[in-house]
Write a protein that binds this ligand. Sequence first.
Ligand code: UDP
Length: 422
Amino acid sequence: MNSTTEKRIALISVHGDPAIEIGKEEAGGQNVYVRQVGEALAQLGWQVDMFTRKASLEQDSIVEHSDNCRTIRLKAGPLEFVPRDEIFEYLPEFVENFLKFQVKNEIQYELVHTNYWLSSWVGMQLKKIQGSKQVHTYHSLGAVKYNTIENIPLIASQRLAVEKQVLETAERIVATSPQEQQHMRSLVSTEGNIDIIPCGTDIQRFGSIGREAARAELEIAKDAKVVLYVGRFDQRKGIETLVRAVNESELRDSKNLKLIIGGGSTPGNSDGIERDRIEQIVHELGITDLTIFSGRLSQDILPTYYAAADVCVVPSHYEPFGLVAIEAMASGTPVVASDVGGLQFTVVNEQTGLLAPPQDVGAFASAIDRILFNPEWRDELGKAGRKRTESQFSWHGVATQLSELYTQLLEPSAKEPALLVK
Ligand code: UDP
């Protein structure tokens, strides 16, 4: 094996395009993860190719991000947005075009890192066809998700079967928190190799501006009490819990309270429908005056919003990891989050924020108020959050751990155990 093939990695993210705008219609944490991990790995000397599904004719087939890092869009199904629950049938075409790309470019990927169950199926085919080794990150587990939603999609049984198979056959599974690892073991399979490597965040970008400057930029009064939500409009994200909690805040009628809800939506699409529903609830509760729907916030402006806030709320019904929590923490802002999944790992209760039972409006209201009524404690929580993010959740640190894992898997001894015996 020569040194160029040694450090080549394909990150496969069929439905989460790492090169598109983040913050609307199914584009969230996974897209950010793949892009940031890809760029950080490239800085560590890897040749990184990130494969995704082409979703419109206007999209470039190849986007170069940096010298060693690019997004490659393969045709798989119609050239339009397809909801993730409807993509499975197009995966054989994705595999076919992946193989064609390899032939055309005289590359063969010895190692693929797949993201989400759809891509895991692609990785398992590549293992069968050409013996590629596979690292997999779930981003979300069907076995957990289907416990938290009412309408189980048709694809559920397929997904559960694929998720079990990849856990048992991939060279390595990356769990992003100890909680996710436990779920894999208790709900999916006791077989398979799991490492814990968390998600990360850009600790230079988040934390680059202080509260005062941020408020001046956003024209928010110094004495305002700002509660912030950032994320997609999806019922599972629990924005309803947040708006009801703000309505129960003791500051509700103080004129100082502001609720900023950041996230994009498209009218008529699932996120547009959820936004309409939330707006309707805000209206019914009579808190329209204190609520701002800011729309999609770019990664450039987000640090300013996090810094301007007194508290960032992550009220998800379930969250496998939750990048928003660590972005807020990196920005020095305390987090009030649901006591679920990866949030139990990232947010240290009473130290970097507060955890509340999911969907418990009263508990969220009092947690938010505890922080809003105590600015000194808010600052302490914020500082501790920043410290925790610097030490545990930088992309560089995450990519370094992944790089070590890949290197280990690509070592000849890991590839051909028979050689050791000889
Ligand atoms: N995001 C953004 N702009 C928005 C809303 C969200 O850039 O208007 C980003 C946010 O900063 C985070 C990601 O989308 O990096 C959401 O990731 P998270 O893991 O919190 O949730 P997911 O969308 O994966 O469920």
